[in-house]
Design a protein around this ligand. Structure first.
Ligand code: C5P
Length: 402
């Protein structure tokens, strides 16, 4: 089960140098579980081979209204789609679509669909800034077409400027956003991610093995469902697409400060970070020299951020903790849920292969205050995130205010 499981996506590829990136987009959509039907324009065939896209998509490339026995492939594709994506979209395609001209299979499909349409333009800066292109996109937007704007960067022929196709990650995230229920629209979700680092001296820290990947996946999932996400993070991973505000921190004390500033106004708080339990009482201001022998480092307990959130939890707020365990998973998680006054705790047995720190996969048991525990077997961290967010949304009262 991927984030796009069961979704039928038509990907239209037009003739720009960025057509090669459509191959990566197609692969990612298929990996996420979508059924992808590719359409290439004649122009696209100058840039990539039909067989490349056919091999990666869920069915062979089509490019003509007259390839099939039945001369209506555009209505089959248009009516059956959950979403039509055009990446890259040239100025020609945008103009034809805005004018309602059906001159090939892709434009015919765009006119024959009632599904959401996402257009990802890519062209030279001069073309991108031309008033004709600007007006055509304004027309499409007015009609409800979604446009993922190009980025600035290197263009064909060595030019640099605005007009480069959005990255495959950003395109797939936009597709996910459009195909995911916006059940967190208008809600604010606080997520913490990564392991804290507690200074010993100017150069050394006590750290842990957390990569922050699970927390970022939770943030990406919440943002894709329409939430405003405050992501308190100790790591420097790519910021998830959508309305995500990153608050960088390093130590447990800084994380507590950031969480305290934001938590009270959040509908859901998900503490995915691995917060150090102990820190040096004092950190030397310079570097401790090795000639003076091994230092004695005296540790003290850090504040338990989650426990204090639980103690001051506003009515209606859903509070979620994580528990990395190596034994007695369920019993330990259940005890933690009660002790810290949580609504959910996501327990993972980090001694299992492929589970927890640094992996792209995880396997968890979501322990709930009310109801049986939910087990999610080894899956991608984004799928784990989806299960966690689903469980939190299920508790969230309609229109509850923290
Ligand atoms: O008790 P334990 O550290 O196993 O609990 C883990 C959960 O508590 C995680 O959600 C973690 O983010 C949170 N935590 C915290 N502050 C600490 C230690 C853990 O918020 N000092």
């Amino acid at each position: 089960m991927g984030t796009l499981a069961g979704k039928r996506i038509v990907i239209g590829v037009t003739g720009g140098i960025a057509a090669y990136k459509a191959v990566e987009v197609c692969r990612r959509l298929v990996d996420a579980g979508a059924h992808v039907s590719p359409i290439m324009t004649k122009g696209a065939e100058h840039f990539i081979g039909r067989s490349t896209l056919s091999a990666l998509a869920s069915e062979p490339v089509q490019s003509s209204l007259w390839d099939e026995e039945s001369p209506i492939p555009h209505t089959r594709l248009g009516q059956g789609a959950d979403l039509v994506l055009v990446a890259p979209a040239t100025a020609r395609l945008i103009g034809a679509y805005a004018a309602g001209i059906s001159s090939d299979l892709l434009t015919a499909t765009l006119l024959a669909t009632r599904a959401p349409v996402l257009v990802c333009p890519a062209m030279h800066t001069e073309m991108w800034e031309h008033p004709a292109v600007h007006d055509n996109l304004a027309t499409l937007r007015r009609r409800g077409v979604h446009v993922l704007e190009p980025e600035a960067g290197r263009l064909a022929g060595g030019d640099v400027g605005r007009g480069r196709l959005a990255s495959p990650e950003a395109i797939v995230a936009a597709v996910e956003r459009l195909l995911t229920p916006a059940d967190l629209h208008g809600r604010t979700v606080l997520v913490t991610a990564g392991g804290t680092r507690e200074p010993i001296d100017a150069v050394r820290v006590i750290a842990n093995r957390s990569s922050g990947k699970q927390g970022y996946a939770v943030a990406a999932e919440a943002a894709s469902r329409g939430a405003h996400v405050v992501l308190v993070s100790t790591v420097d991973l790519p910021v998830p697409a959508g309305d995500v505000q990153v608050v960088p921190v390093e130590t447990a004390a800084q994380m507590q400060d950031a969480v305290d500033r934001h938590a009270a106004s959040c509908n859901i708080v998900i503490m995915a970070a691995a917060v150090a339990d102990f820190r040096p009482v004092t950190a030397a201001s310079g570097k401790i020299k090795k000639d003076s022998g091994a230092p004695q480092i005296v540790l003290e307990a850090t504040p338990d951020i989650l426990a204090s959130l639980g103690a001051h939890k506003p009515a209606g707020q859903v509070l979620v903790g994580f528990a990395a365990e190596t034994s007695d998973l369920l019993a330990n998680a259940q005890a933690k849920l009660l002790r810290k006054n949580l609504d959910l705790i996501v327990a993972n047995d980090v001694s299992q292969p492929g589970v927890g720190f640094h992996h792209d996969t995880n396997a968890v048991t979501i322990v709930r205050r009310h109801g049986e525990p939910l087990t999610v077997s080894l899956s991608d961290k984004r799928e784990i995130a989806r299960a966690v967010v689903d469980a939190a949304v299920a508790i969230l009262a309609p229109h509850s205010e923290p």
